[in-house]
Design a protein around this ligand. Structure first.
Ligand code: GRG
Length: 309
């Protein structure tokens, strides 16, 4: 895929090496904070805390919390103020993966390179570990520092709405109900916008809120998140068709086998690639008001969206 001149220049400042060490240091920071927020695995009942920690510390990329911290800095804030929100987002994301992997949902045996939570702890404990991760997310949000424009109830509403029955869960419901059925473009867009893009968008919005972002800044960050989230899932759909399992590190062709509602299934591969390119451009353009302060967000978008597809 061709990169714009602006993005090529940014890449010189945020080289692959810089990005790699940036990601590693942010992952470490987030892991340490998550470790502090979670009860240790000796806390009674130990089974639930071991199961929560098993899935949370299984080697996830921490994309949502990293995006949250980067958005905070882009809007002139401090990463320490965004950190509780970043941790809460990762807990919600991990809960959704634990539940998605259950036999009654996507029925996956492996996640993040190891057996899924229910394979190790059984279905009942996996359901409860997901519930507990979702619940602790709200406790962690309560440690965030509200700002003049965004009080605690705004922060709580933001995250609850994104994870709720009209966003994340809505996308999952539509995804389940679409399996094996003929779907159209607007139905697939609805699934992706809610199942994937909603939490990604909220990740950057919460980062911006922790920085007391102005209305124009929050609006630019929101546009960035929506375009990035949708492009991310479309590219995931494309890779499922075009790549081998070895290259993906997970079973390829699963969507086709399960007759999932995906962009390639509905509009074809070429049109899906064109849509991903259009959204990628839109994501970068949304950041124009920030100038160089958005370097990290541009680099993260490149990292997520410029995979070989
Ligand atoms: C159970 C309410 C509920 C929702 C499940 C997360 C999810 C919705 C389904 C999982 C399958 C899927 C394709 C989700 C889309 C989002 C996505 C690509 C998740 C994987 O995110 P990464 O790549 O994973 O950030 P890691 O493991 O690195 O955190």
């Amino acid at each position: 895929m061709r990169r714009s001149k602006a993005v090529a220049t940014l890449n010189e400042h945020f080289s692959a090496v810089n990005l790699k060490s940036y990601l590693a240091s942010r992952q470490k920071l987030i892991d340490r904070a998550l470790d502090r927020h979670l009860p240790n695995d000796k806390t009674r009942p130990t089974t639930i805390h071991r199961a929560m920690r098993y899935s949370l510390f299984a080697g996830g990329k921490r994309l949502r919390p990293i995006l949250c911290l980067a958005a905070a800095e882009t809007c002139g804030g401090k990463i320490n103020h965004a950190l509780p929100l970043a941790c809460a987002l990762e807990c919600i994301h991990t809960y959704s993966l634990v539940h998605d992997d259950l036999p009654s949902m996507d029925n996956d045996d492996f996640r993040r390179g190891r057996p899924t939570c229910h394979k190790v702890f059984g279905d009942g404990i996996a359901v409860l570990a997901g519930d507990a991760l979702l619940t602790i997310a709200f406790e962690i949000v309560s440690h965030a520092k509200p700002t003049p424009r965004y009080n605690m109830s705004i922060l709580l509403r933001e995250i609850a709405t994104a994870a709720g029955s009209q966003r994340l869960i809505a996308g999952q419901v539509a995804d389940l109900e679409a399996e094996g059925k003929q779907t159209n473009r607007s139905q697939v867009r609805y699934i992706h916008a809610n199942k994937t893009a909603a939490i990604l968008t909220t990740s950057v919005r919460l980062g911006a809120m922790s920085a007391n972002a102005k209305r124009t800044q929050l609006s630019a960050i929101t546009k960035f998140g929506r375009a990035l989230g949708l492009a991310f899932q479309i590219i995931d759909d494309i890779l499922d068709v075009t790549q081998t399992s070895e290259k993906l590190g997970k079973s390829a062709g699963k969507d086709v086998a399960a007759q999932k509602a995906t962009y390639p299934a509905v509009i074809g591969l070429d049109a899906s690639r064109a849509e991903a390119r259009r959204l990628t451009k839109q994501a970068h353009q949304a950041l124009s008001i920030f100038g160089r302060r958005a370097d990290a967000l541009h680099a993260l978008a490149n990292y997520l969206l410029e995979r070989e597809y």
